[in-house]
Write a protein that binds this ligand. Structure first.
Ligand SMILES: [Zn+2]
Ligand SMILES: [Zn+2]
Length: 113
Protein backbone atom coordinates (compact mmCIF):
# COMPACT_ATOMS: atom_id res chain seq x y z
CA UNK A 1 0.00 0.00 0.00
CA UNK A 2 1.35 3.41 -0.93
CA UNK A 3 0.38 6.50 0.92
CA UNK A 4 -0.88 9.49 -0.99
CA UNK A 5 1.37 12.56 -0.56
CA UNK A 6 -1.58 14.39 1.00
CA UNK A 7 -1.96 11.64 3.55
CA UNK A 8 1.78 11.68 4.33
CA UNK A 9 1.69 15.44 4.88
CA UNK A 10 -1.31 15.01 7.14
CA UNK A 11 0.52 12.43 9.24
CA UNK A 12 3.65 14.58 9.48
CA UNK A 13 1.63 17.61 10.53
CA UNK A 14 -0.21 15.57 13.14
CA UNK A 15 3.14 14.40 14.56
CA UNK A 16 4.47 17.96 14.60
CA UNK A 17 1.36 19.24 16.35
CA UNK A 18 1.75 16.49 18.95
CA UNK A 19 5.38 17.50 19.54
CA UNK A 20 4.48 21.18 19.86
CA UNK A 21 1.74 20.29 22.32
CA UNK A 22 4.13 18.16 24.36
CA UNK A 23 6.71 20.98 24.49
CA UNK A 24 4.00 23.40 25.59
CA UNK A 25 2.80 21.09 28.38
CA UNK A 26 6.42 20.72 29.54
CA UNK A 27 6.92 24.50 29.56
CA UNK A 28 3.69 24.98 31.55
CA UNK A 29 4.65 22.34 34.09
CA UNK A 30 8.15 23.80 34.43
CA UNK A 31 6.71 27.30 34.93
CA UNK A 32 4.32 26.06 37.62
CA UNK A 33 7.13 24.28 39.43
CA UNK A 34 9.29 27.41 39.25
CA UNK A 35 6.47 29.50 40.76
CA UNK A 36 5.88 26.96 43.55
CA UNK A 37 9.60 26.94 44.37
CA UNK A 38 9.84 30.74 44.27
CA UNK A 39 6.84 31.04 46.61
CA UNK A 40 8.41 28.53 48.96
CA UNK A 41 11.76 30.33 49.02
CA UNK A 42 10.13 33.75 49.31
CA UNK A 43 11.46 34.95 45.97
CA UNK A 44 7.87 35.47 44.88
CA UNK A 45 5.19 36.75 47.24
CA UNK A 46 1.50 36.66 46.49
CA UNK A 47 -0.07 40.12 46.74
CA UNK A 48 -3.18 40.60 48.93
CA UNK A 49 -5.41 41.30 45.96
CA UNK A 50 -5.96 40.52 42.31
CA UNK A 51 -3.66 42.61 40.10
CA UNK A 52 -6.42 43.08 37.57
CA UNK A 53 -9.64 43.87 39.45
CA UNK A 54 -7.83 44.89 42.69
CA UNK A 55 -10.34 42.87 44.69
CA UNK A 56 -8.95 41.57 47.97
CA UNK A 57 -8.48 37.87 47.41
CA UNK A 58 -7.44 35.02 49.64
CA UNK A 59 -4.10 33.64 48.57
CA UNK A 60 -5.78 30.33 47.83
CA UNK A 61 -7.93 31.99 45.16
CA UNK A 62 -5.05 33.84 43.54
CA UNK A 63 -3.48 32.26 40.46
CA UNK A 64 -0.15 33.00 38.87
CA UNK A 65 -0.88 33.89 35.26
CA UNK A 66 1.87 33.59 32.66
CA UNK A 67 1.80 35.60 29.48
CA UNK A 68 4.91 33.72 28.44
CA UNK A 69 5.69 30.32 29.89
CA UNK A 70 9.32 30.78 28.88
CA UNK A 71 9.52 33.49 31.54
CA UNK A 72 8.46 31.30 34.47
CA UNK A 73 8.72 33.95 37.18
CA UNK A 74 7.15 36.71 35.14
CA UNK A 75 3.65 36.31 36.52
CA UNK A 76 0.54 38.34 37.09
CA UNK A 77 -1.52 37.45 40.16
CA UNK A 78 -5.13 37.10 39.16
CA UNK A 79 -8.25 35.99 40.99
CA UNK A 80 -9.97 32.94 39.54
CA UNK A 81 -12.55 34.90 37.60
CA UNK A 82 -10.04 37.38 36.11
CA UNK A 83 -7.79 34.46 35.28
CA UNK A 84 -10.54 32.60 33.47
CA UNK A 85 -11.56 35.79 31.66
CA UNK A 86 -7.95 36.45 30.61
CA UNK A 87 -7.54 33.02 29.05
CA UNK A 88 -10.91 33.18 27.35
CA UNK A 89 -10.02 36.61 25.96
CA UNK A 90 -6.68 35.30 24.70
CA UNK A 91 -8.42 32.43 22.94
CA UNK A 92 -10.90 34.83 21.35
CA UNK A 93 -8.09 37.15 20.25
CA UNK A 94 -6.27 34.20 18.68
CA UNK A 95 -9.43 33.14 16.88
CA UNK A 96 -9.78 36.71 15.63
CA UNK A 97 -13.20 36.90 17.17
CA UNK A 98 -14.62 40.33 17.78
CA UNK A 99 -17.28 41.10 20.30
CA UNK A 100 -20.12 43.34 19.19
CA UNK A 101 -21.58 45.09 22.20
CA UNK A 102 -25.06 46.54 22.66
CA UNK A 103 -23.93 49.85 21.10
CA UNK A 104 -23.04 47.99 17.94
CA UNK A 105 -19.39 48.61 18.68
CA UNK A 106 -16.98 45.85 17.71
CA UNK A 107 -14.01 45.31 19.93
CA UNK A 108 -11.46 42.68 20.79
CA UNK A 109 -11.54 41.89 24.48
CA UNK A 110 -7.81 41.41 24.67
CA UNK A 111 -4.97 42.31 22.37
CA UNK A 112 -1.78 40.33 22.20
CA UNK A 113 1.09 42.69 22.89
ZN1 LIG B 1 -9.59 39.78 39.63
ZN1 LIG C 1 -3.01 32.05 33.08
Amino acid sequence: MTLEPERIIQLIEREEAKERRKAKVQAINAAHTAVANALYSGKLVKPPSCENCKRKTSSYDLDAHHEDYNKPLDVEWLCKSCHRARHLAKELAKAKVWIVDSNGEAWRPYKES
